[in-house]
Design a protein around this ligand. Structure first.
Ligand SMILES: C[S@@+](CC[C@H](N)C(=O)[O-])C[C@H]1O[C@@H](n2cnc3c(N)ncnc32)[C@H](O)[C@@H]1O
Length: 221
């Protein structure tokens, strides 16, 4: 797994503008006014989305495994941030109106467990919104960087991002891990989107266009 403690400030600085287009797709799935809504951001990093949610009136909570990222988020003074893992969220069930995660779930070693935890802490009829690395990007990067030839086999994939200044090693995933029958038994799938405008990845094959991230929106039943 990539250790964001090693490059937290560099990552925040370099992605601020680069990711704006994909963040706008993501934000378009949320209401503009979030007054008094409780939002948990999973893999919150340095708190970029927390700032956005707080400006719209939300009560913001965030969790991230990196102490350095959480320190940066805490310094913003916009919410309650804790160090912890996305596989075991330290919150009561049915606590949040919205549970979100921007480009962090790909780091999970158990997608079904992570999403089940996100669903557990969401209130009934609340929203779960996820932007994550597209598994096809894993397939292509795994083939190029790790000689990994099988989409379905588990294993780590190396990504060189931001003009190869940062290297990540994260588990590969399949699309069906995000949409398993266990997950779909607890939620209604409201949106499934694939986009190619996330720019933080190296160009793998010149001219090859493929989805680099996906967006999932669920309503808890
Ligand atoms: C690409 S960054 C995105 C951060 C933030 N959501 C943003 O948009 O700036 C991925 C984040 O996931 C965090 N992360 C990785 N594995 C995690 C885990 N098991 N539990 C919680 N956070 C994790 C990393 O520390 C990192 O901050």
């Amino acid at each position: 797994m990539g250790n964001y403690n090693d490059f937290a400030a560099e990552y925040a600085e370099k992605t601020k503008l680069l990711e704006q287009k994909s963040r706008n797709h993501y934000y378009s799935h949320l209401p503009l006014i979030l007054n008094n809504k409780k939002i948990l951001d999973v893999g919150c990093g340095s708190g970029q989305d927390a700032v956005y949610y707080s400006k719209r009136g939300a009560k913001v909570y965030g969790i991230d495994i990196s102490e350095k990222e959480i320190e940066m988020a805490q310094n913003l003074g916009v919410g309650h941030f804790v160090v912890g893992t996305m596989n075991k969220l330290p919150y009561d069930s049915d606590s949040f109106d919205y549970v979100t995660s921007f480009y962090a779930l790909q780091a999970s070693n158990n997608i079904e467990q992570t999403i089940s935890e996100m669903i557990r802490v969401t209130k009934s009829r609340g929203t779960i919104l996820i932007q994550t690395k597209h598994p096809f990007r894993n397939l292509i990067e795994g083939w190029k960087n790790n000689n990994k030839m099988d989409y379905y086999s588990p294993g780590n994939v190396t990504s060189h991002i931001l003009n190869k200044t940062i290297t990540l090693n994260e588990p590969s995933h399949t699309v069906m891990e995000y949409l398993s029958s266990t997950i779909l038994s607890k939620v209604r799938l409201m949106s499934f989107e694939e986009h190619s405008d996330f720019p933080a990845s190296e160009e793998i094959v010149s001219g090859l266009v493929y989805p680099t991230y996906l967006i999932l929106k669920f309503h808890k039943l």
